[in-house]
Design a protein around this ligand. Structure first.
Ligand SMILES: [Zn+2]
Length: 463
């Protein structure tokens, strides 16, 4: 399998088509549908016969309109900005308002700004994104900052870009496919700093914001599923997943196109061995990940009756840096079995097995179903600078590195599916609750608003 993965393959051409020819593929858009059609054909090309799509609904379709900011005072200049994803549009005719600096958006920042936030646009300072911790902090902090802005009566929020050199990116804070609670935009770091200096020197900054985002009702989206059927226990399956959807300022190469091309090629590599694993392997390309892991949630719901047969969910969603191991999201009980099963991947650098779990990618709903999950741990490499940004394009992907990932994914899938015993049992709801406490994920779910969805049974194993 290693030889086949590292040798000549359709990997690079597949990634080129997905990123350059199909391009950015936001959930619910025609580009995402084209990507699903292409992925079905690519799996067939890889030799896999059992391939199909599974549709689900997201609550709202969304696309950006002609976002524009005019600086009315103190001096006009061109401001580079984009709407965040799933932001409501500004009212017809736009918003004319003062800009108010709320520092980093903490209580002190809002206290200092005081009543001036009411009816104004809040400008929030950020630090540059450099590490995985910076990234998870952003997702934890920003919803809380947004709460403060709403409470203070802001009409919109401007986030300073966390990237240098006018680089812009797009994502959303809302969960479960809902619309954002307030119009929000990301401003080029340099433009936001210029505004901050005007305000610091005591000048009034007054702007006119037009953000005519197009929002539709429920939209359909498709996951792509390909299966290699097991020889002994075909109902049991290991799921390997990556997300097919992306943001569209760039073309979603690092996030998560490279892993999509990688999984399709891992299927080819396994198929070409001519050997069937004991249990089945399902390769699932999810959509809706960027709006709150909606595709994997839909998959877990639709396949609820099969969850007892699911051995593990293995997810790749951390860019193109070397894979050094897997996060096991709190499953102490499976660590020894996983380490043992994946010894054949140790020579490729897969040695690190941690109990961490971030709850921010497609393993989440399977973990909430009690399934053991593995998320690839990767060096950040060039991920942070290009994260969800206009610069997330084909040229950022190191193809020889991606070929090593193909070998790792193929070995991981085969080893887990072929093992004599499952790596571990499915957990009961009580055991899952304990795991959420142990991993600190429970607090995270309270902060980002996920907790009520777990309590109601909308997400995760039924009470
Ligand atoms: Zn991703």
């Amino acid at each position: 399998m290693i030889q086949s993965a590292l040798g000549s393959s359709p990997l690079e051409e597949n990634l080129r088509i997905l990123t350059d020819a199909i391009g950015g593929r936001v959930t619910g858009t025609p580009a995402a549908d084209r990507a699903a059609e292409w992925a079905v054909a690519a799996f067939r090309q890889a030799g896999i016969e059992e391939v199909h799509t599974e549709s689900f609904k997201i609550p709202f379709g969304w696309s950006e309109g002609a976002t524009h900011l005019e600086v009315l005072s103190p001096v006009p200049f061109v401001v580079h900005l984009v709407s965040i994803g799933w932001s409501p549009a500004t009212p017809r005719g736009g918003i004319t308002a003062n800009l108010v600096d709320v520092g980093v958006g903490d209580d002190a920042g809002f206290a200092k700004a005081g009543d001036s936030v009411k009816g104004a646009i809040a400008l929030v300072h950020t630090t540059l994104l450099n590490t995985w911790d910076d990234l998870s902090n952003e997702y934890t902090l920003h919803p809380v900052i947004l709460d403060r802005a709403i409470k203070a009566g802001a009409v919109a929020v401007f986030w300073m870009s966390t990237r240098p050199s006018l680089l812009l990116y797009r994502h959303n804070l809302s969960i479960n496919g809902e619309l954002e609670r307030l119009p929000q935009a990301i401003l080029a770091r340099e433009d936001a700093e210029r505004f901050a200096r005007f305000l610091q020197s005591g000048q009034t900054v007054r702007v006119h914001l037009d953000m005519p985002n197009r929002i539709t009702g429920p939209a359909e989206s498709k996951n792509v599923v390909a299966q290699i059927r097991g020889r002994e226990k075909p109902d049991d399956f290991v799921l390997l997943g990556a997300h097919l959807d992306s943001w569209e300022l760039g073309t979603g190469a690092l996030d998560d196109g490279c892993a999509v091309a990688m999984l399709i090629d891992a299927a080819r590599v396994i198929h070409q061995t001519g050997t069937l694993p004991r249990r089945s392997i399902r390769f699932v390309l999810f959509t809706g990940e960027e709006q709150g892991m909606l595709g994997s949630a839909a998959y877990a719901r639709a396949h609820r009756d099969e969850m007892d047969y699911m051995v593990a969910a293995v997810i790749y969603d951390n860019g193109n840096g070397p894979i050094t191991g897997y996060e096991l999201a709190g499953r102490k009980d499976v660590a020894a079995a996983v380490r043992d099963a994946l010894l054949p991947a140790a020579s490729l650098g897969v040695k690190d097995f941690t109990l961490d779990g971030a709850g921010d990618t497609d393993n989440f709903d399977f973990m909430l179903q009690g399934i053991p999950t593995l998320v690839a741990i990767q060096d950040p490499a060039n991920y942070m600078l290009n994260y969800h940004a206009a610069s997330d394009t084909f040229d950022k992907v190191d193809i020889p590195e991606l070929k090593r990932h193909v070998a790792i994914a193929a070995i991981t899938a085969f080893a887990l599916a072929d093992r004599l015993e499952r790596i571990g049992p499915r957990q009961s709801r009580a055991e899952i609750e304990q795991l959420l406490k142990d991993t600190g994920l429970e607090q995270g779910m309270h902060d980002d608003g996920f907790w009520p969805l777990w309590v109601s049974g909308e997400r995760g194993r039924l009470p």
